[in-house]
Design a protein around this ligand. Structure first.
Ligand code: HEC
Ligand code: HEC
Ligand code: HEC
Ligand code: HEC
Ligand code: HEC
Length: 238
């Protein structure tokens, strides 16, 4: 059968080429589309995987600290409090003036880990702690996941005592933490990923990051709790 539009005019079945006007060179169109698709895929990989991987540096904490073990009264005796929530404050306490002590200093640990020669357990982690920090009386240089820029004012007492929020509301679950997550820092801003947002793709790859520490998160909770008056710049920035 003769096909009217068959440009080759050789009487074979119509091909895709017959459906586009002659002035469009089909080879180039196919090439252009595949270059476009290839370019798009490369851009997506760079934007979603490679750029974030380069943007964030990941460092382990100087040593592991096992929260779950120290909160388990069958293993560690002497941390005051009946519930894990109450126990938190025997290491992370409020001073008499209402300020928050933050991460405990070495002298809190040496109340129990007092003799570098006689470990309390048998793990290599504890031996390393005794050799590297207790013996030379050196503070552990912990990274603070939730560290805010210097210009931000945040007080724990307003949130823990007045607001009555559990620690996990903002920090995620630390009570059952056996192994500390890596500290992830944005190379451009120097801020921790916990306060500097999600991965650039808009997702949390690591669920340990609580979505409660960024400017918008702070303001969102204030609005939800009827605390709009605390959403003026000068309240959080001093
Ligand atoms: C025996 C002392 C001790 C007890 C008890 C304790 N912690 Fe800690 N906590 C530490 C030490 C040491 C660190 C620093 C290492 C780290 O980041 O885990 C820390 C760090 C943290 C951090 C990380 C803060 C940041 O942004 O880097 C959070 C959150 C935390 N503790 C919450 C809790 C909660 C919640 C409880 C109670 C369920 C608790 N802690 C009980 C010793 C303790
Ligand atoms: C109330 C007593 C007490 C305090 C305070 C205390 N520890 Fe411990 N810790 C223990 C005991 C008991 C063990 C041993 C548990 C076992 O292995 O049986 C231990 C174990 C450890 C280990 C080994 C854990 C593991 O996962 O292998 C490390 C590291 C450690 N402690 C660090 C610290 C640091 C850092 C502090 C201060 C923030 C601290 N401890 C405060 C009692 C305490
Ligand atoms: C409303 C949110 C919120 C709640 C609730 C909260 N925190 Fe925090 N926490 C923060 C923020 C924000 C920072 C960082 C503060 C800064 O860098 O100025 C922080 C910092 C910390 C630090 C590190 C302080 C340092 O620099 O040494 C520890 C430890 C900590 N919090 C433990 C706790 C514990 C334990 C509780 C419960 C008793 C708790 N937090 C409740 C938001 C919260
Ligand atoms: C889970 C809810 C919640 C989150 C998250 C939260 N806040 Fe608040 N904040 C409150 C509530 C509720 C109050 C009022 C407490 C009161 O006075 O009873 C408050 C009060 C304050 C105040 C005024 C009291 C004071 O200390 O002077 C400041 C400042 C503040 N928040 C800063 C912050 C910052 C900065 C962040 C984020 C890093 C933050 N808040 C995250 C609930 C939240
Ligand atoms: C509810 C608390 C809160 C209020 C209100 C608030 N901020 Fe912030 N702001 C933060 C926190 C927390 C950060 C650090 C984390 C981040 O960048 O998301 C921040 C970061 C910033 C930064 C970046 C600082 C740096 O060192 O990179 C700027 C600029 C800033 N805020 C400006 C403002 C201005 C302007 C307003 C008023 C329109 C305002 N903020 C209101 C909590 C607040």
């Amino acid at each position: 059968m003769k096909n009217q539009s068959n440009s080759a005019g050789n009487g074979t079945q119509p091909s895709i080429g017959d459906l586009v006007p002659k002035w469009i060179n089909l080879n180039f169109v196919v090439q252009d589309i595949s270059f476009f698709v290839l370019g798009l895929i490369v851009a997506l990989i760079v934007g979603w995987a490679i750029f974030p991987a380069l943007l964030y540096s990941k460092q382990p904490q100087p040593m592991n600290f096992n929260h779950a073990l120290h909160l388990n009264s069958e293993i560690v005796d002497g941390i005051e409090g009946d519930t894990p929530e109450e126990k938190c404050q025997s290491c992370h306490w409020f001073r008499d003036d209402g300020s928050f002590s933050g991460i405990p200093k070495l002298d809190m640990c040496t109340g129990c880990h007092d003799d570098p020669e006689s470990p309390l357990g048998e793990t290599p982690e504890e031996k390393a702690f005794l050799v590297n920090y207790v013996e030379p009386e050196k503070q552990v240089p912990w990274f603070v996941y939730s560290k805010q820029p210097d210009c931000v004012y945040f007080s724990h007492i307003a949130h823990v005592k007045m607001g009555e929020f559990a620690c996990a509301t903002c920090h995620g679950d630390f009570a059952t933490n056996e192994k500390l997550p890596l500290y992830v820092e944005n190379r451009l801003t120097g801020y921790s990923q916990n306060i500097w947002g999600k991965n650039i793709s808009g997702f949390y790859l690591n669920k340990t990051y609580a979505d409660r520490m960024k400017m918008d998160d702070c303001a969102r909770c204030h609005t939800e709790k009827g605390q709009e008056q605390n959403n003026a710049c000068f309240v959080c920035h001093k």
